[in-house]
Design a protein around this ligand. Structure first.
Ligand code: NDP
Length: 296
C-alpha cells in the first residue's frame, strides 16, 4: 500500500485527507497542529509535528494550502519537506496555485530525483466529502499514472491537462468564470429588483432561458436568497484564483478585460468584507452599491 502524507487540513483539505485515510496509510500535518492530531485520532492516521516528519516514509506527499507561495515556503529549512522526502517521492499539489510557481518547484525537485504534479480540485467541500471532485492534473504522464490511484480517493473525474502548471491554469480559468458569473448575475438581479421584478420571478425566467448558469440555477436560489453563506470557500481564495487567471491571460498575450475586472471587483469586495468572507458575499457589495437587497 502506497504510504501517503497530507499537508494542509483546511476546509477542503480535511475531507480530502479523510478519504485518503480510508484507502492508504496516512500521515497528516497542519500548521495549527491540533487539527492534525484531532484528525489523526479520528481516522487512524499518524500526525506529524513538521513537514519534514510528514514527508519521511511517504511515497506521495499531497499539499493543499491557500496559494503556491505557502507550498514553496514549505520546502525549505531544517523542518521543511525537502529535508524529509524519501528518494523518488512524488509531490502532488492540490492547492489552487499558480502555474509559474509550480513550474519553478518542479524544476527544482526534478534534479533531486523527486516528482511534482499540480492537481487542483473542483467540486467544493461537499464533493470532497463524497469523493466526487474533479481533479485537474499538470505533469508528465508517468507521474500522472502514479498520482491517479491516490487522487481517486477523493476525485471521480481525474483529467491530465498537460505539462506541469496546466492543472493550475485550468483551475484558475474555471474559477475566474465563476467569479465573472457571480458578479454578472448579482448586477442583473439588482437592476431587476430595483425595476420592480422580484428576484425569484426573475430567476424563474432566467433559468428557463439562455442567461441560465450554475450561479443562477443553484447558488443564488440555494444560498444567496436564504442568506446562507457557509464560508466553506473563502472570497479571498476566489479572488486569488481570478488574479491567477488574469495573469495567465497576460502571459499568453490574450486581452482579458472581463476577467481582469472580476479580479479587481473581487479585490474591492475582499477589502470591504475581509479575508474570511464567503465567496458569494460579493453579491452583498453589489447590493450596497445599488442600494437594494436582492435577498429581500
Ligand atoms: P482554508 O483557508 O480553509 O485552509 C487553509 C489551510 O492552509 C489550513 O490548513 C491552514 O492551516 C493552511 N495554511 C495557511 N497558511 C499557511 C502557511 N503559511 N503555512 C502552512 N499552512 C498554511 O482553505 P481551503 O481548504 O478552503 O483551500 C485550500 C486550497 O484549496 C486553496 O488553494 C483553495 O483555493 C482550494 N480550493 C478550495 C475549495 C473549497 O471549497 N474550500 C474548493 C476548491 C479548491 P491552519 O489550520 O493553521 O490555518
Amino acid at each position: 500500500m502506497t504510504p501517503v502524507a497530507f499537508l494542509g487540513l483546511g476546509a477542503i483539505g480535511r475531507p480530502m485527507a479523510v478519504r485518503v485515510a480510508a484507502r492508504f496509510p496516512l500521515t497528516v500535518w497542519n500548521r495549527t497542529g491540533a487539527r492534525a492530531t484531532e484528525l489523526a485520532a479520528e481516522v487512524g492516521a499518524r500526525a506529524a509535528a513538521t513537514p519534514r516528519e510528514a514527508a519521511q516514509g511517504a511515497a506521495i506527499v499531497i499539499t493543499c494550502l491557500p496559494t503556491s507561495a505557502e507550498v514553496e515556503a514549505l520546502l525549505d529549512g531544517p523542518d521543511g519537506l525537502l529535508a524529509g522526502l524519501d528518494p523518488g517521492a512524488l509531490l502532488v499539489d492540490c492547492t489552487s496555485g499558480d502555474p509559474a510557481t509550480s513550474r519553478r518547484i518542479a524544476a527544482r525537485l526534478e534534479p533531486l530525483g523527486f516528482g511534482f504534479v499540480d492537481a487542483p480540485v473542483s467540486g467544493g467541500t461537499n464533493g470532497a466529502e463524497s469523493g466526487t471532485l474533479t481533479v485537474m492534473v499538470g505533469g508528465e504522464p508517468q507521474l500522472f499514472d502514479r498520482a491517479a490511484p491516490v487522487l481517486a480517493a477523493f476525485g471521480s473525474r481525474i483529467v491530465r491537462m498537460g505539462l506541469v502548471g496546466s492543472g493550475h491554469a485550468m483551475k484558475a480559468v474555471n474559477n475566474a468564470l465563476l467569479a465573472v458569473n457571480i458578479l454578472a448575475v448579482g448586477e442583473g438581479l439588482a437592476a431587476l429588483v430595483k425595476a420592480g421584478v422580484p428576484a425569484r420571478t426573475a430567476l424563474s425566467v432566467l433559468n428557463a432561458s439562455s442567461g441560465r448558469s450554475f450561479v443562477s440555477d443553484t447558488l443564488v436560489p440555494e444560498r444567496v436568497l436564504p442568506g446562507a453563506f457557509p464560508k466553506t470557500f473563502k472570497l479571498s481564495l476566489l479572488q486569488k484564483d481570478a488574479g491567477i487567471a488574469a495573469g495567465l491571460l497576460r502571459d499568453t498575450g490574450v486581452s482579458g478585460p472581463v476577467i481582469d475586472l472580476a479580479w479587481r471587483l473581487y479585490g474591492e469586495a475582499r477589502a470591504i468584507l475581509g479575508e474570511d468572507a464567503d465567496y458569494l458575499e460579493a453579491i452583498k457589495v453589489i447590493e450596497q452599491h445599488a442600494g437594494v437587497e436582492i435577498r429581500g
